[in-house]
Design a protein around this ligand. Structure first.
Ligand SMILES: [Zn+2]
Length: 256
């Protein structure tokens, strides 16, 4: 991404944070400006990790897959337009599965929980990711490119469209109640949640407490604690275990 795009992205996030402060969907638990600064710091570390891992890893894998004609979409030999559309949809669907795995697998949850323990949900939460999660995601992105056989243009367009789920839908995903956290895994198209019956829209926003149960004190989510969280014993206590059997059972294509 060129420099001006990063600037435009930063300005857009800043403007959204201001609008969200003026018209919040829920009452704020941690209104201090330090929270946004903390999320920004975590976001910068995450962006640096992506630059250091995804760019050197994904681009060579992309070139290798193109040179050797690897990946599902290249094997199917479809018309270009259809290949682009299908590639876009498959990237989005496999990201749904990756997000579901981040909640399901204890080792992945340790890192993903850092995104969830934010005490409020706004645009700054959208960049609040532990750098470890982004490093793991780089490996996943390389696997997506290799196995799906998507071209660089399709990947770029899809990445630029990401994170446009509605704030209400994502608010339910960030609830402290496990039966709400383990829903709404989609990052762009909500079809995948509908397909796997993990979509929930019936929760009134004022009733939602944002965060992870047991970690609702501002002292639990300081910058230092957020950075060390994945490597601490308390990370496992944050795991939304309950209701997972149900979600796991539902993780299948609907019966006809
Ligand atoms: Zn999540």
């Amino acid at each position: 991404m060129r420099h001006w795009r990063w600037v435009a992205f930063g300005v857009a996030v800043g403007a959204l944070v201001v609008v969200e402060r003026l018209r919040p969907l829920r009452s704020l638990k941690d209104p201090a400006p330090t929270r946004v600064g903390r999320n920004l710091t975590l976001g910068l570390l995450a962006a640096a990790t992506t630059a250091a891992s995804e760019v050197p890893l994904v681009a060579p894998v992309q070139r290798l897959a193109a040179r050797r004609q690897l990946g599902l979409l290249r094997l199917l030999r479809l018309p270009r337009a259809l290949r682009v559309i299908l590639g876009f949809l498959l990237l989005d669907y496999t990201l749904y599965i990756w997000h579901w795995l981040n909640h399901r697998a204890p080792a992945l949850w340790r890192f993903h929980a850092v995104h969830h323990i934010d005490l409020d949900l706004d645009s700054s939460t959208g960049i609040r990711f532990h750098f470890g999660e982004l490093a793991l995601a780089a490996g996943f992105r390389a696997a997506q490119v290799l196995l799906l056989g998507v071209d660089a243009g399709t990947l770029r367009v899809w990445q630029q469209c990401l994170l446009i789920v509605t704030p209400r839908m994502h608010g339910i995903h960030h609830s402290t109640r496990v039966e709400e956290t383990n829903t709404n895994f989609s990052s762009l198209l909500s079809w995948w949640d509908r397909l796997h019956r993990s979509l929930r829209l019936d929760v009134p926003q004022p009733t939602i407490t944002i965060g992870v149960a047991g970690f609702l004190d501002p002292a639990d989510v300081t910058l230092e604690r957020s950075l060390t969280f994945p490597f601490s014993i308390r990370a496992m206590a944050a795991r939304p275990r309950k209701h997972f059997t149900k979600v796991a059972r539902d993780f299948r294509l609907p019966q006809r």
